[in-house]
Design a protein around this ligand. Sequence first.
Ligand code: PEP
Length: 249
Amino acid sequence: MARRKLVAGNWKMHGVSADLAEITSISLAAESADTDVALCLPATLVERAVRAAPGFAIGGQDVHQNEKGAHTGCISAAMLLDAGARLTIVGHSERREAQGESNADVKAKAEAALAAGISVILCVGESDAVREAGNAVETVAAQLDASIPGGVANPSGFSVAYEPIWAIGTGKVPSIADIGEMHSALRERLKAAYGEAGEQVRILYGGSVKASNAAEIFAVSDVDGALVGGASLKAADFLPIVEAASTNP
Ligand code: PEP
């Protein structure tokens, strides 16, 4: 079965009520797109975005692994679900680095979200130094092995995002050959973990995706969509990427 592409925006720490109109514009255009589209928003905007864009996939950017308890500032999967979120990012490199999240933390977060019925985009990616040393594929494959959630009953609710750290927000993008090599290595790890069901997990590329490079990236084998940061904040920048995914199914 062919995998339907997913184009997900990561708004990071951007967005207030004045930006709900932008979310509505994106959601209306997404209705006629031949690809799945989602926006992962700051927690403060999730519920209002769900109301402003009914039927559109709104997500969070992180989730705590525990159901409840003394975790100041954290959000559980049940809370995300209660706010109307359908998905969440886990293990973004900005959280792995700034919040010291380990692979074990990321795995636990992914498992908690999936158990609660929240879809997951799990991020992996190498640093500039690792890429320069020629160890990118083995490093990222090992990162996925150590953070992949167990017992994924519904592979279409689980996606991996390959996001080279050095490509995030920099305008730099790996070569098409390097993206292809990494995605096919990650596909092998998914099949090793889940057997044939590993074929159904989407592998997104993330890192400086924009209208001008999206079509070329989406044409790569085993690239099943994109996780988009900066270019997801404005409909005018994001929708051409959605269009490129629709025309490269
Ligand atoms: C991201 O942070 O997930 C990302 C891909 O950012 P950008 O598109 O801005 O590089």
